[in-house]
Design a protein around this ligand. Structure first.
Ligand code: UDX
Ligand code: ADP
Length: 456
């Protein structure tokens, strides 16, 4: 079958995979190839067990894989035949050299772009999908200039705003699509070409076009604002616990103000995920680089507050369990950084489990989607934990249950049954405020939440 257009993604991770799947689903006349250097990942995309867990993703992939959706490690072939190439590689925080611990490591972007420069024989549109520092397009342009076949490249910024766990819903019904490009004739033409892909399913009035630098910075700004909301409500949660106020009630009363809005005000053990911390640190680095120390300090405080919140929760557990966890079994419910994902990048569960294990607690960890291999990788260096699939087994003989991810299954457990199998006094520490603390107290538990009045 002939296709009207061929596009590909370099990078088949949490961003590249689901994004390209939805484009393929919505645009049957476009051939979509998702490529990666990681053979195992591509094999998984071509199998029954996809490497990414997202509600709804599996069904779509099984239905259209082989129609116009392909997964491959033949990156050169995909580059050569594609009209549009999406850069969806990882951009982690740099761990070495200049900017270590803050700046984005662009080595994966650079190697992908070098490959394009080397093998491309026709003109192409290059789309920045990964989150990158503002003015990255300038670097990409310089590398692409080394192409010896006289190809013309147009660079666009098209950041992805979907959140994990709701990726399919977010991709199918985005609040907006942002496309940044050069304000030249060819730049505008490229913006139009990309826009037409999204117009297959996104209303035109939701497609925002901007200059490259605004679009690149918008992604960092959006994540910084979202993370700041969480740190703000979490900062208040500490004050709630001291004063007898309830942070969920504060969220309702302030969220009713339409200028503030009700979303993203759920107090928790802190934000995790691959984006927020990385993007905040990247923003801080950019501000320092451009000699704006006050601005850098302002955004850095959002990260500081998040670290505080994670350790504050660990400390609450230690304190309430009589300042001694040595040898005590603690059931950990949830390890993913949020519900409906198998992703554990920057999950607060890592910090909290490590804190508890440093106090010599014996953990029994239970998560419905995170694999034992992932937990073992994340808790490397520790041995005082086990992994269980059944929460009742995890809590058997435990002194406390610690809820770290808001999975539905943990809301609906038989807490009376859990209580009966536990050591007494039995504790619940709800790091996501998903269970009814009063009801648990009636069952006999000592129950604590985040930003909740402590029972007197
Ligand atoms: C985020 C952005 O939301 C998304 O737009 C961007 O494209 C990528 O980064 P993601 O990290 O996948 O998405 O998930 P998100 O829903 O934003 O949650 C991030 C973290 O914040 C999670 O750990 C979540 O539990 C926490 N969170 C979120 C809260 O603690 N309280 C809230 O009210 C919302
Ligand atoms: P994200 O959450 O941003 O999608 P992931 O780590 O899940 O990040 O996915 C990024 C993917 O990009 C990884 O599977 C990685 O193997 C792939 N990748 C990194 N560099 C290259 C490259 N030069 N060519 C092809 N794939 C790459």
């Amino acid at each position: 079958m002939g296709f009207d257009m061929k596009i590909c993604s370099i990078g088949a991770g949490y961003v590249g995979g689901p994004t390209m799947v939805i484009i393929a689903e919505q645009c049957p006349e476009i051939q979509v190839t998702v490529t990666d250097v990681n053979q195992q990942r591509i094999d998984a995309w071509n199998s029954k067990n996809l490497p990414v867990y997202e509600p709804g993703l599996d069904e779509i992939v099984q239905a259209i894989r082989g129609r116009n959706l392909f997964f491959s490690t033949d990156i050169d072939k995909a580059i050569k035949e594609s009209d549009i190439i999406f850069l969806s590689v990882n951009t982690p925080t740099k761990t070495y050299g200049e900017g270590a611990g803050k700046a984005s490591d662009l080595k994966f972007i650079e190697s992908a772009v070098r490959r394009i420069a080397q093998v491309a024989k026709t003109d192409k549109i290059i789309v920045e999908k990964s989150t990158i520092p503002v003015r990255t397009a300038e670097k990409i342009r310089k590398i692409l200039a080394s192409n010896t076949h006289g190809c013309k490249f147009e660079i666009l910024s098209n950041p992805e705003f979907m959140a994990e766990g709701t990726a399919i819903q977010d991709l199918k019904h985005p609040d907006r699509i942002l496309i940044g490009g050069s304000q030249t004739e060819s730049g505008k033409e490229a913006i139009k070409t990309l826009s037409e892909i999204y117009e297959h399913w996104v209303p035109k009035n939701k497609i925002i076009t901007q200059c490259l630098w605004s679009s690149e910075l918008s992604k960092l700004a959006a994540n910084a604002f979202l993370a700041q909301r969480i740190s703000s409500i979490n900062a208040l949660s500490a004050l709630c616990e001291k004063t007898g106020a309830d942070v969920d009630e504060i969220a309702i009363s302030i969220g009713a103000d339409s200028r503030i809005g009700s979303k993203f005000l759920k107090s928790s053990i802190g934000f995790g995920g691959s984006c927020f911390k990385k993007d905040l640190l990247n923003l801080v680095y950019l501000c320092e680089y451009f000699e704006l120390p006050e601005v850098a300090h302002y955004w850095n405080q959002v990260v500081t507050m998040n670290e505080y919140q994670k350790h504050r929760f660990s400390y609450l557990v230690v304190e309430k369990l009589f300042h001694s966890l040595a040898g005590k079994k603690i059931a950990v419910f949830g390890f993913a950084f949020k519900k409906n994902t198998n992703d554990t990048r920057e999950t607060p569960a890592i910090t909290i489990c490590q804190d508890l294990m440093k106090e010599q607690a014996q953990l029994s960890i239970c998560d419905p989607k995170v694999t034992p291999e992932t937990i073992k990788r994340d808790l490397d260096g520790f041995s005082n934990y086990e992994i269980q699939t059944d929460p009742y087994v995890a809590a058997q003989g435990a002194h406390a249950i610690v809820i770290l991810t808001e999975w539905e299954m943990f809301k609906n457990l038989d807490y009376k049954r859990l209580y009966e199998g536990m050591q007494k006094p039995a504790f619940v520490f709800d790091g996501r405020n998903i269970v009814n603390l009063q009801q648990l107290r009636t069952l006999g538990f000592e129950a604590y939440g985040v930003g909740k009045p402590i029972a007197g």
